[in-house]
Write a protein of this length. Structure first.
Lengths: 384, 193
Protein backbone atom coordinates (compact mmCIF):
# COMPACT_ATOMS: atom_id res chain seq x y z
CA UNK A 1 0.00 0.00 0.00
CA UNK A 2 2.76 2.39 1.00
CA UNK A 3 4.46 1.55 -2.25
CA UNK A 4 1.37 2.37 -4.25
CA UNK A 5 0.95 5.83 -2.78
CA UNK A 6 4.62 6.52 -3.40
CA UNK A 7 4.25 5.68 -7.06
CA UNK A 8 1.34 8.04 -7.35
CA UNK A 9 3.49 11.00 -6.34
CA UNK A 10 5.48 10.71 -9.55
CA UNK A 11 3.20 12.63 -11.87
CA UNK A 12 3.70 13.23 -15.54
CA UNK A 13 2.82 16.56 -17.07
CA UNK A 14 3.12 18.14 -20.50
CA UNK A 15 4.94 21.35 -19.72
CA UNK A 16 6.97 24.22 -21.08
CA UNK A 17 10.62 24.60 -20.10
CA UNK A 18 9.63 27.69 -18.13
CA UNK A 19 6.91 25.77 -16.28
CA UNK A 20 9.41 23.03 -15.47
CA UNK A 21 11.67 25.65 -13.89
CA UNK A 22 8.80 26.58 -11.57
CA UNK A 23 8.14 22.93 -10.71
CA UNK A 24 11.82 22.47 -9.91
CA UNK A 25 11.98 25.63 -7.82
CA UNK A 26 8.94 24.63 -5.76
CA UNK A 27 10.37 21.15 -5.23
CA UNK A 28 13.60 22.74 -4.01
CA UNK A 29 11.63 24.76 -1.48
CA UNK A 30 11.54 28.15 -3.19
CA UNK A 31 9.08 30.38 -1.32
CA UNK A 32 9.91 33.82 -2.67
CA UNK A 33 9.85 35.23 -6.19
CA UNK A 34 10.35 38.84 -7.15
CA UNK A 35 10.55 39.73 -10.79
CA UNK A 36 9.62 41.84 -13.72
CA UNK A 37 8.10 39.79 -16.54
CA UNK A 38 10.01 39.82 -19.81
CA UNK A 39 9.72 37.64 -22.91
CA UNK A 40 10.79 34.83 -23.15
CA UNK A 41 10.87 34.25 -19.38
CA UNK A 42 7.35 35.52 -18.67
CA UNK A 43 5.81 32.10 -18.04
CA UNK A 44 8.06 31.64 -15.00
CA UNK A 45 6.66 34.80 -13.38
CA UNK A 46 3.11 33.87 -14.44
CA UNK A 47 3.27 30.39 -13.00
CA UNK A 48 4.97 31.61 -9.82
CA UNK A 49 2.21 34.22 -9.38
CA UNK A 50 -0.31 31.41 -9.63
CA UNK A 51 1.44 28.90 -7.40
CA UNK A 52 3.33 30.78 -4.66
CA UNK A 53 0.35 32.46 -2.96
CA UNK A 54 -1.14 28.99 -2.40
CA UNK A 55 1.82 28.02 -0.23
CA UNK A 56 1.81 28.79 3.48
CA UNK A 57 4.83 31.11 3.33
CA UNK A 58 4.88 31.77 -0.41
CA UNK A 59 5.42 35.33 -1.61
CA UNK A 60 5.25 36.62 -5.17
CA UNK A 61 6.04 40.26 -5.88
CA UNK A 62 6.09 41.99 -9.21
CA UNK A 63 8.66 44.75 -8.76
CA UNK A 64 9.00 48.03 -10.65
CA UNK A 65 12.07 46.86 -12.56
CA UNK A 66 14.80 44.26 -12.67
CA UNK A 67 17.17 46.13 -10.35
CA UNK A 68 14.56 46.18 -7.62
CA UNK A 69 13.63 42.55 -8.35
CA UNK A 70 17.06 41.21 -7.55
CA UNK A 71 17.25 43.59 -4.57
CA UNK A 72 14.07 42.08 -3.18
CA UNK A 73 15.41 38.57 -3.80
CA UNK A 74 18.61 39.34 -1.88
CA UNK A 75 16.62 40.78 1.01
CA UNK A 76 14.32 37.77 1.13
CA UNK A 77 17.26 35.38 1.04
CA UNK A 78 18.97 37.19 3.94
CA UNK A 79 15.71 36.83 5.83
CA UNK A 80 15.88 33.07 5.38
CA UNK A 81 13.87 32.46 2.23
CA UNK A 82 14.85 30.38 -0.75
CA UNK A 83 14.44 33.08 -3.33
CA UNK A 84 14.67 33.38 -7.09
CA UNK A 85 13.99 35.65 -10.01
CA UNK A 86 13.78 35.18 -13.76
CA UNK A 87 14.60 37.52 -16.58
CA UNK A 88 16.01 37.86 -20.08
CA UNK A 89 18.87 39.84 -21.68
CA UNK A 90 17.89 43.48 -21.00
CA UNK A 91 16.80 42.66 -17.46
CA UNK A 92 19.92 40.61 -16.88
CA UNK A 93 22.03 43.65 -17.72
CA UNK A 94 20.16 45.68 -15.12
CA UNK A 95 20.69 42.99 -12.51
CA UNK A 96 24.47 42.92 -12.81
CA UNK A 97 25.10 45.37 -9.98
CA UNK A 98 23.09 43.32 -7.52
CA UNK A 99 24.72 40.09 -8.63
CA UNK A 100 27.98 41.57 -7.38
CA UNK A 101 26.29 42.52 -4.11
CA UNK A 102 25.02 38.96 -3.71
CA UNK A 103 28.52 37.62 -4.41
CA UNK A 104 30.26 39.76 -1.80
CA UNK A 105 27.54 39.33 0.83
CA UNK A 106 27.45 35.59 0.01
CA UNK A 107 23.69 35.56 -0.41
CA UNK A 108 22.23 32.37 -1.89
CA UNK A 109 19.83 33.01 -4.75
CA UNK A 110 18.84 31.60 -8.11
CA UNK A 111 18.63 33.80 -11.19
CA UNK A 112 17.14 32.30 -14.33
CA UNK A 113 18.15 34.09 -17.51
CA UNK A 114 16.25 32.96 -20.60
CA UNK A 115 18.56 34.17 -23.34
CA UNK A 116 17.11 36.00 -26.31
CA UNK A 117 18.92 37.55 -29.25
CA UNK A 118 20.66 40.79 -28.32
CA UNK A 119 22.30 43.21 -27.78
CA UNK A 120 19.80 45.53 -26.08
CA UNK A 121 16.14 44.76 -26.84
CA UNK A 122 17.32 42.63 -29.76
CA UNK A 123 14.76 40.05 -30.84
CA UNK A 124 12.45 39.33 -27.89
CA UNK A 125 11.01 36.10 -29.29
CA UNK A 126 14.16 34.62 -30.86
CA UNK A 127 16.74 32.39 -29.21
CA UNK A 128 20.44 33.04 -28.67
CA UNK A 129 23.20 31.92 -26.32
CA UNK A 130 25.04 35.20 -26.17
CA UNK A 131 24.90 35.94 -22.43
CA UNK A 132 27.36 33.23 -21.45
CA UNK A 133 30.38 35.42 -20.77
CA UNK A 134 28.14 38.10 -19.30
CA UNK A 135 26.86 35.58 -16.79
CA UNK A 136 30.46 34.87 -15.80
CA UNK A 137 31.94 38.36 -15.91
CA UNK A 138 28.94 40.72 -16.06
CA UNK A 139 29.38 42.18 -12.60
CA UNK A 140 32.59 44.00 -11.84
CA UNK A 141 35.43 42.83 -9.67
CA UNK A 142 37.00 39.41 -9.21
CA UNK A 143 34.28 37.07 -8.14
CA UNK A 144 33.48 33.38 -8.38
CA UNK A 145 30.04 32.43 -9.67
CA UNK A 146 28.18 29.30 -10.69
CA UNK A 147 26.54 29.27 -14.11
CA UNK A 148 24.38 26.30 -15.14
CA UNK A 149 22.49 25.52 -18.33
CA UNK A 150 19.69 23.19 -19.42
CA UNK A 151 18.77 21.77 -22.81
CA UNK A 152 15.47 19.97 -22.46
CA UNK A 153 12.39 20.34 -20.32
CA UNK A 154 13.20 17.60 -17.81
CA UNK A 155 16.66 19.13 -17.45
CA UNK A 156 15.05 22.52 -16.72
CA UNK A 157 13.43 20.97 -13.68
CA UNK A 158 16.53 19.08 -12.56
CA UNK A 159 18.95 21.95 -13.05
CA UNK A 160 16.68 24.35 -11.15
CA UNK A 161 16.77 21.99 -8.18
CA UNK A 162 20.56 21.74 -8.59
CA UNK A 163 20.83 25.54 -8.81
CA UNK A 164 19.05 25.93 -5.48
CA UNK A 165 21.20 23.23 -3.91
CA UNK A 166 24.44 24.90 -5.06
CA UNK A 167 23.23 28.33 -3.96
CA UNK A 168 22.44 27.10 -0.48
CA UNK A 169 25.47 24.85 -0.16
CA UNK A 170 28.06 27.42 -1.24
CA UNK A 171 26.24 30.65 -0.28
CA UNK A 172 26.51 32.03 -3.77
CA UNK A 173 24.25 33.40 -6.47
CA UNK A 174 23.64 30.74 -9.13
CA UNK A 175 22.70 31.71 -12.67
CA UNK A 176 20.68 29.26 -14.73
CA UNK A 177 21.00 30.04 -18.42
CA UNK A 178 18.20 28.82 -20.64
CA UNK A 179 17.48 29.85 -24.20
CA UNK A 180 14.22 30.72 -25.87
CA UNK A 181 13.99 27.30 -27.56
CA UNK A 182 14.37 25.37 -24.31
CA UNK A 183 12.06 27.71 -22.41
CA UNK A 184 9.33 27.49 -25.05
CA UNK A 185 9.45 23.77 -25.82
CA UNK A 186 6.69 21.63 -24.39
CA UNK A 187 7.50 18.04 -23.47
CA UNK A 188 6.31 15.33 -21.17
CA UNK A 189 8.20 15.47 -17.91
CA UNK A 190 8.14 13.41 -14.76
CA UNK A 191 7.90 15.33 -11.53
CA UNK A 192 9.99 13.38 -9.05
CA UNK A 193 8.75 12.27 -5.66
CA UNK A 194 9.76 15.10 -3.29
CA UNK A 195 10.64 12.58 -0.57
CA UNK A 196 13.34 10.96 -2.66
CA UNK A 197 14.80 14.20 -3.96
CA UNK A 198 18.13 15.58 -2.68
CA UNK A 199 17.45 19.06 -1.32
CA UNK A 200 20.11 21.05 0.49
CA UNK A 201 19.23 23.92 2.81
CA UNK A 202 21.70 26.44 4.24
CA UNK A 203 23.42 25.70 7.53
CA UNK A 204 22.09 27.60 10.55
CA UNK A 205 24.44 28.61 13.38
CA UNK A 206 24.60 26.29 16.36
CA UNK A 207 26.33 28.74 18.70
CA UNK A 208 24.55 31.42 20.75
CA UNK A 209 24.09 34.80 19.02
CA UNK A 210 26.85 36.57 20.96
CA UNK A 211 29.47 34.10 19.68
CA UNK A 212 28.33 34.18 16.09
CA UNK A 213 30.77 35.40 13.43
CA UNK A 214 28.89 35.83 10.14
CA UNK A 215 31.83 35.52 7.74
CA UNK A 216 34.20 33.28 9.66
CA UNK A 217 36.37 30.92 7.67
CA UNK A 218 36.18 27.16 8.12
CA UNK A 219 37.03 23.99 6.20
CA UNK A 220 34.35 24.56 3.57
CA UNK A 221 34.86 28.30 3.45
CA UNK A 222 31.10 28.67 3.91
CA UNK A 223 29.83 29.96 7.23
CA UNK A 224 26.45 29.33 8.81
CA UNK A 225 23.71 31.77 7.84
CA UNK A 226 20.90 32.66 10.27
CA UNK A 227 17.82 34.46 8.97
CA UNK A 228 17.75 38.17 9.81
CA UNK A 229 15.41 38.78 12.72
CA UNK A 230 16.15 35.49 14.46
CA UNK A 231 18.29 37.10 17.19
CA UNK A 232 21.60 36.89 15.40
CA UNK A 233 22.58 40.50 14.69
CA UNK A 234 25.15 41.10 12.01
CA UNK A 235 26.22 43.68 9.50
CA UNK A 236 25.72 43.15 5.77
CA UNK A 237 27.65 45.37 3.40
CA UNK A 238 28.90 45.55 -0.14
CA UNK A 239 32.21 46.87 1.14
CA UNK A 240 34.98 44.35 1.65
CA UNK A 241 34.40 43.14 5.18
CA UNK A 242 36.08 41.21 7.97
CA UNK A 243 34.84 38.07 9.73
CA UNK A 244 32.32 40.16 11.71
CA UNK A 245 30.88 41.76 8.60
CA UNK A 246 32.30 45.25 9.21
CA UNK A 247 34.08 47.17 6.44
CA UNK A 248 37.80 46.72 6.25
CA UNK A 249 40.56 47.68 3.86
CA UNK A 250 43.43 46.02 5.72
CA UNK A 251 45.34 44.19 2.99
CA UNK A 252 45.64 40.97 4.99
CA UNK A 253 41.92 40.77 5.79
CA UNK A 254 40.91 41.69 2.27
CA UNK A 255 43.23 39.10 0.79
CA UNK A 256 42.00 36.29 2.96
CA UNK A 257 38.37 37.31 2.36
CA UNK A 258 38.64 37.31 -1.45
CA UNK A 259 40.68 34.11 -1.34
CA UNK A 260 37.98 32.44 0.72
CA UNK A 261 35.29 33.53 -1.77
CA UNK A 262 37.19 31.73 -4.51
CA UNK A 263 38.23 28.77 -2.38
CA UNK A 264 34.67 27.91 -1.33
CA UNK A 265 33.88 27.25 -5.02
CA UNK A 266 37.32 26.06 -6.23
CA UNK A 267 37.68 23.21 -3.77
CA UNK A 268 34.33 21.74 -4.81
CA UNK A 269 34.81 21.73 -8.58
CA UNK A 270 34.18 17.98 -8.55
CA UNK A 271 30.74 18.58 -7.09
CA UNK A 272 29.80 21.61 -9.20
CA UNK A 273 31.03 20.68 -12.68
CA UNK A 274 28.29 18.59 -14.29
CA UNK A 275 28.60 17.27 -17.84
CA UNK A 276 26.89 14.59 -19.91
CA UNK A 277 29.17 12.39 -21.97
CA UNK A 278 27.34 10.86 -24.93
CA UNK A 279 29.22 8.20 -26.96
CA UNK A 280 32.52 9.77 -25.91
CA UNK A 281 34.29 6.48 -25.13
CA UNK A 282 35.72 5.74 -28.59
CA UNK A 283 35.20 9.18 -30.11
CA UNK A 284 37.75 10.60 -32.50
CA UNK A 285 35.85 13.85 -32.97
CA UNK A 286 33.95 15.50 -30.17
CA UNK A 287 31.18 18.08 -30.17
CA UNK A 288 31.06 20.35 -27.13
CA UNK A 289 27.63 21.94 -26.81
CA UNK A 290 25.11 23.19 -24.26
CA UNK A 291 21.49 24.29 -24.09
CA UNK A 292 19.23 23.68 -27.07
CA UNK A 293 22.21 23.26 -29.41
CA UNK A 294 23.13 20.20 -27.32
CA UNK A 295 19.97 18.56 -28.64
CA UNK A 296 20.82 19.39 -32.25
CA UNK A 297 24.26 17.94 -31.61
CA UNK A 298 22.74 14.76 -30.20
CA UNK A 299 20.93 14.11 -33.48
CA UNK A 300 24.06 15.09 -35.43
CA UNK A 301 26.06 12.48 -33.47
CA UNK A 302 23.46 9.85 -34.28
CA UNK A 303 23.54 10.79 -37.98
CA UNK A 304 27.36 10.75 -38.03
CA UNK A 305 27.51 7.37 -36.26
CA UNK A 306 25.17 5.94 -38.90
CA UNK A 307 27.77 6.98 -41.48
CA UNK A 308 30.47 5.23 -39.47
CA UNK A 309 32.11 8.36 -38.07
CA UNK A 310 33.36 8.11 -34.50
CA UNK A 311 31.75 11.19 -33.05
CA UNK A 312 30.96 11.89 -29.42
CA UNK A 313 29.14 14.66 -27.60
CA UNK A 314 30.10 16.46 -24.44
CA UNK A 315 27.04 18.28 -23.13
CA UNK A 316 27.97 20.97 -20.64
CA UNK A 317 25.44 21.47 -17.88
CA UNK A 318 27.78 23.55 -15.76
CA UNK A 319 29.27 26.36 -17.85
CA UNK A 320 31.17 28.07 -15.03
CA UNK A 321 33.32 27.08 -13.23
CA UNK A 322 34.32 25.78 -16.66
CA UNK A 323 34.57 21.96 -16.51
CA UNK A 324 38.22 21.94 -17.45
CA UNK A 325 39.20 18.35 -16.47
CA UNK A 326 36.69 16.59 -18.70
CA UNK A 327 37.12 19.02 -21.60
CA UNK A 328 40.88 18.55 -21.37
CA UNK A 329 40.40 14.77 -21.43
CA UNK A 330 38.40 15.01 -24.66
CA UNK A 331 40.92 17.40 -26.20
CA UNK A 332 43.68 14.87 -25.51
CA UNK A 333 41.61 12.02 -26.94
CA UNK A 334 40.24 13.62 -30.11
CA UNK A 335 41.90 14.87 -33.24
CA UNK A 336 39.42 17.73 -33.43
CA UNK A 337 36.55 19.18 -31.46
CA UNK A 338 33.63 21.24 -32.71
CA UNK A 339 31.93 23.89 -30.59
CA UNK A 340 28.58 24.88 -32.09
CA UNK A 341 26.87 27.77 -30.30
CA UNK A 342 24.41 30.55 -30.99
CA UNK A 343 26.85 33.41 -30.45
CA UNK A 344 30.15 34.58 -31.90
CA UNK A 345 32.16 32.06 -29.86
CA UNK A 346 31.80 32.45 -26.09
CA UNK A 347 32.33 28.88 -24.89
CA UNK A 348 34.72 28.09 -27.74
CA UNK A 349 37.07 30.69 -26.28
CA UNK A 350 37.05 28.74 -23.02
CA UNK A 351 37.72 25.52 -24.93
CA UNK A 352 40.57 27.20 -26.80
CA UNK A 353 41.99 28.46 -23.50
CA UNK A 354 42.00 24.92 -22.13
CA UNK A 355 43.19 23.46 -25.42
CA UNK A 356 46.70 24.86 -25.33
CA UNK A 357 47.68 23.10 -28.55
CA UNK A 358 46.28 19.68 -27.65
CA UNK A 359 43.79 19.42 -30.50
CA UNK A 360 42.11 21.36 -33.26
CA UNK A 361 39.16 23.47 -32.12
CA UNK A 362 36.54 24.21 -34.79
CA UNK A 363 33.66 26.57 -34.23
CA UNK A 364 30.17 26.84 -35.67
CA UNK A 365 28.40 30.08 -34.88
CA UNK A 366 24.95 31.28 -35.69
CA UNK A 367 23.68 34.71 -34.70
CA UNK A 368 20.50 35.16 -36.74
CA UNK A 369 18.04 34.18 -34.03
CA UNK A 370 17.63 30.62 -35.35
CA UNK A 371 18.69 27.35 -33.72
CA UNK A 372 21.67 25.53 -35.20
CA UNK A 373 20.30 22.48 -37.01
CA UNK A 374 21.69 18.92 -36.83
CA UNK A 375 22.35 19.13 -40.59
CA UNK A 376 24.60 22.15 -40.17
CA UNK A 377 26.61 20.44 -37.44
CA UNK A 378 26.96 17.27 -39.51
CA UNK A 379 28.12 19.25 -42.53
CA UNK A 380 30.75 21.03 -40.47
CA UNK A 381 31.86 17.72 -38.90
CA UNK A 382 32.35 16.02 -42.25
CA UNK A 383 34.30 19.00 -43.57
CA UNK A 384 36.66 18.57 -40.60
CA UNK B 1 -1.18 2.36 -24.91
CA UNK B 2 0.33 -0.62 -26.70
CA UNK B 3 -1.85 0.01 -29.74
CA UNK B 4 0.13 3.13 -30.69
CA UNK B 5 1.25 3.15 -34.30
CA UNK B 6 5.07 3.18 -34.47
CA UNK B 7 6.27 6.62 -35.56
CA UNK B 8 9.76 7.89 -36.33
CA UNK B 9 9.91 11.68 -36.06
CA UNK B 10 6.49 12.50 -37.48
CA UNK B 11 6.70 16.26 -37.96
CA UNK B 12 3.75 18.64 -37.97
CA UNK B 13 3.72 22.40 -38.47
CA UNK B 14 0.64 24.39 -37.47
CA UNK B 15 0.89 27.85 -38.96
CA UNK B 16 -1.17 30.98 -39.37
CA UNK B 17 -1.60 34.39 -37.82
CA UNK B 18 -1.07 35.49 -34.24
CA UNK B 19 -4.39 35.33 -32.37
CA UNK B 20 -5.76 32.33 -34.26
CA UNK B 21 -4.95 30.01 -31.38
CA UNK B 22 -2.17 28.15 -33.17
CA UNK B 23 -0.10 27.60 -30.03
CA UNK B 24 -3.11 26.50 -27.98
CA UNK B 25 -3.88 24.03 -30.74
CA UNK B 26 -0.33 22.68 -30.56
CA UNK B 27 -0.52 22.43 -26.80
CA UNK B 28 -3.79 20.45 -26.86
CA UNK B 29 -2.52 18.06 -29.55
CA UNK B 30 0.82 17.67 -27.82
CA UNK B 31 -0.70 16.93 -24.46
CA UNK B 32 -3.10 14.35 -25.94
CA UNK B 33 -0.27 12.56 -27.74
CA UNK B 34 2.25 12.78 -24.90
CA UNK B 35 0.12 11.96 -21.87
CA UNK B 36 -2.76 9.87 -23.17
CA UNK B 37 -0.97 8.07 -25.97
CA UNK B 38 2.49 6.72 -25.30
CA UNK B 39 4.42 8.96 -27.67
CA UNK B 40 7.37 11.22 -27.12
CA UNK B 41 6.35 14.69 -28.21
CA UNK B 42 8.11 18.02 -28.45
CA UNK B 43 6.09 21.10 -29.17
CA UNK B 44 7.98 24.26 -30.04
CA UNK B 45 6.65 27.63 -31.01
CA UNK B 46 7.68 30.65 -32.95
CA UNK B 47 5.89 33.96 -33.11
CA UNK B 48 6.47 37.66 -33.51
CA UNK B 49 6.25 40.24 -30.73
CA UNK B 50 2.66 41.22 -31.71
CA UNK B 51 -0.34 40.09 -29.63
CA UNK B 52 -2.51 39.70 -32.74
CA UNK B 53 -1.51 39.56 -36.40
CA UNK B 54 2.01 38.69 -37.45
CA UNK B 55 3.12 35.17 -38.19
CA UNK B 56 2.61 32.44 -35.62
CA UNK B 57 3.53 28.82 -35.77
CA UNK B 58 3.78 25.79 -33.58
CA UNK B 59 5.80 22.71 -34.49
CA UNK B 60 5.24 19.21 -33.17
CA UNK B 61 7.59 16.27 -33.43
CA UNK B 62 6.00 12.94 -32.53
CA UNK B 63 8.03 9.79 -32.14
CA UNK B 64 7.94 6.36 -30.56
CA UNK B 65 11.50 6.85 -29.31
CA UNK B 66 13.05 9.77 -27.37
CA UNK B 67 13.47 12.94 -29.42
CA UNK B 68 16.81 14.74 -29.49
CA UNK B 69 16.37 17.69 -31.85
CA UNK B 70 13.12 19.38 -30.76
CA UNK B 71 12.39 21.38 -33.92
CA UNK B 72 11.13 20.13 -37.28
CA UNK B 73 13.45 19.22 -40.17
CA UNK B 74 11.07 18.33 -43.02
CA UNK B 75 7.34 18.23 -42.53
CA UNK B 76 4.96 15.30 -42.79
CA UNK B 77 2.01 17.58 -42.27
CA UNK B 78 1.59 21.30 -42.81
CA UNK B 79 -1.52 23.02 -41.53
CA UNK B 80 -1.90 26.52 -42.97
CA UNK B 81 -4.54 28.87 -41.61
CA UNK B 82 -3.33 31.86 -43.63
CA UNK B 83 -2.21 32.46 -47.19
CA UNK B 84 1.13 33.83 -46.03
CA UNK B 85 1.90 30.78 -43.92
CA UNK B 86 0.93 28.46 -46.79
CA UNK B 87 3.25 30.23 -49.22
CA UNK B 88 6.10 30.41 -46.74
CA UNK B 89 6.17 26.87 -45.40
CA UNK B 90 4.94 24.82 -48.33
CA UNK B 91 8.51 24.17 -49.46
CA UNK B 92 9.33 22.57 -46.08
CA UNK B 93 6.87 19.77 -46.77
CA UNK B 94 8.53 16.46 -47.60
CA UNK B 95 7.56 14.37 -50.61
CA UNK B 96 4.38 12.52 -49.71
CA UNK B 97 3.63 14.96 -46.91
CA UNK B 98 0.16 16.40 -46.52
CA UNK B 99 -1.06 19.96 -46.75
CA UNK B 100 -4.17 20.96 -44.81
CA UNK B 101 -5.55 24.42 -45.52
CA UNK B 102 -8.34 26.59 -44.28
CA UNK B 103 -10.08 27.33 -47.58
CA UNK B 104 -11.78 30.39 -46.12
CA UNK B 105 -8.37 31.96 -45.42
CA UNK B 106 -6.22 30.49 -48.19
CA UNK B 107 -7.46 31.49 -51.64
CA UNK B 108 -4.59 30.05 -53.62
CA UNK B 109 -2.89 26.76 -52.84
CA UNK B 110 0.49 25.92 -54.37
CA UNK B 111 -0.66 22.41 -55.31
CA UNK B 112 -3.85 20.64 -56.27
CA UNK B 113 -3.18 17.91 -53.72
CA UNK B 114 -4.38 19.15 -50.38
CA UNK B 115 -7.03 18.62 -47.77
CA UNK B 116 -9.15 21.75 -47.54
CA UNK B 117 -12.03 22.75 -45.30
CA UNK B 118 -13.51 26.22 -44.64
CA UNK B 119 -12.41 26.04 -40.99
CA UNK B 120 -12.86 29.71 -40.07
CA UNK B 121 -16.28 29.90 -41.75
CA UNK B 122 -17.32 26.78 -39.85
CA UNK B 123 -16.22 28.40 -36.59
CA UNK B 124 -18.23 31.50 -37.46
CA UNK B 125 -21.28 29.33 -38.08
CA UNK B 126 -20.85 27.70 -34.68
CA UNK B 127 -21.07 31.17 -33.21
CA UNK B 128 -17.51 31.94 -32.12
CA UNK B 129 -14.84 32.64 -34.71
CA UNK B 130 -12.13 32.03 -32.10
CA UNK B 131 -12.94 28.32 -32.16
CA UNK B 132 -11.36 27.97 -35.62
CA UNK B 133 -8.35 26.31 -34.03
CA UNK B 134 -10.54 23.71 -32.34
CA UNK B 135 -12.42 23.04 -35.59
CA UNK B 136 -8.96 22.43 -37.08
CA UNK B 137 -8.18 20.11 -34.20
CA UNK B 138 -11.33 18.11 -34.98
CA UNK B 139 -10.37 17.78 -38.63
CA UNK B 140 -6.79 16.77 -37.79
CA UNK B 141 -8.07 14.12 -35.39
CA UNK B 142 -9.76 12.50 -38.35
CA UNK B 143 -6.80 12.95 -40.72
CA UNK B 144 -4.16 11.54 -38.36
CA UNK B 145 -4.67 7.81 -37.92
CA UNK B 146 -2.59 7.65 -34.73
CA UNK B 147 -4.57 10.30 -32.82
CA UNK B 148 -7.57 9.05 -30.83
CA UNK B 149 -10.59 11.33 -30.58
CA UNK B 150 -11.30 10.38 -26.97
CA UNK B 151 -7.80 11.41 -25.87
CA UNK B 152 -8.01 14.70 -27.69
CA UNK B 153 -11.34 15.51 -26.07
CA UNK B 154 -9.85 14.73 -22.68
CA UNK B 155 -6.88 17.01 -23.33
CA UNK B 156 -9.23 19.70 -24.63
CA UNK B 157 -11.23 19.60 -21.41
CA UNK B 158 -8.15 19.79 -19.22
CA UNK B 159 -6.57 22.75 -21.02
CA UNK B 160 -9.48 25.05 -21.87
CA UNK B 161 -11.38 26.92 -19.13
CA UNK B 162 -14.67 25.24 -18.22
CA UNK B 163 -16.87 28.19 -19.16
CA UNK B 164 -16.01 27.91 -22.85
CA UNK B 165 -15.74 24.14 -23.04
CA UNK B 166 -19.23 23.43 -24.49
CA UNK B 167 -18.84 25.57 -27.58
CA UNK B 168 -15.36 24.16 -28.12
CA UNK B 169 -16.57 20.57 -27.95
CA UNK B 170 -19.20 21.57 -30.51
CA UNK B 171 -16.46 23.05 -32.69
CA UNK B 172 -14.33 19.92 -32.30
CA UNK B 173 -17.20 17.66 -33.37
CA UNK B 174 -18.06 19.91 -36.30
CA UNK B 175 -14.47 19.76 -37.56
CA UNK B 176 -14.21 16.02 -37.02
CA UNK B 177 -17.50 15.23 -38.80
CA UNK B 178 -16.87 17.59 -41.71
CA UNK B 179 -13.45 16.04 -42.30
CA UNK B 180 -14.92 12.56 -42.13
CA UNK B 181 -17.66 13.46 -44.61
CA UNK B 182 -15.40 15.35 -47.01
CA UNK B 183 -12.35 13.07 -46.90
CA UNK B 184 -13.50 9.64 -45.65
CA UNK B 185 -10.35 7.85 -46.78
CA UNK B 186 -7.77 10.48 -45.75
CA UNK B 187 -6.37 8.49 -42.79
CA UNK B 188 -5.32 5.61 -45.06
CA UNK B 189 -3.41 7.83 -47.48
CA UNK B 190 -0.28 8.43 -45.41
CA UNK B 191 2.77 7.34 -47.33
CA UNK B 192 5.58 9.04 -45.45
CA UNK B 193 7.04 8.07 -42.04
Amino acid sequence: MANKTKKKKQTEIFALGNEAVVEGALLAGCDFFAGYPITPSTEIAEEMARRLPCLERGVFIQMEDEIASLGAVIGASLAGRKAMTATSGPGFSLMQEHIGYACITETPLVLVNVMRAGPSTGMPTSPAQADVQQARWGTHGDHPIVVLSAGDVQECLEMTVTAFNFAEKYRTPVILLLDEVTAHTREKITIPDPEGLYIYSRLLPSMPPEWYMPFEDNMRGVSAMPPLGSGYRYHVTGLTHDDHGYPTSKPKEVESFINRLFRKIDQFFYDIQIVDEIQCGDADTCIIAYGCVGRSAELAVQMARERGEKVGLLKLKTLFPFPRPVVEKMLRQCSSVLVPEMNMGQISREVKRVNNGLSKVNTLNRIDGQIITPGEILKKLLKG
Amino acid sequence: MSKDMPLNRFEIRLSGLGGQGIITLGKIMGQALALDHGYYVTQTQSYGPEARGGASRSDLVISSSPISYPKTISLDLLVALSQEACNKFFTNLKAGGFLVVDTSMVAQTPTNIFLGLPLTDMARKIGLVQTANIVTLGALTHFLPFMRAASVRKSLKSILPSKIIDINIKAFNAGFNAAKKEYPDAPEKWTSS
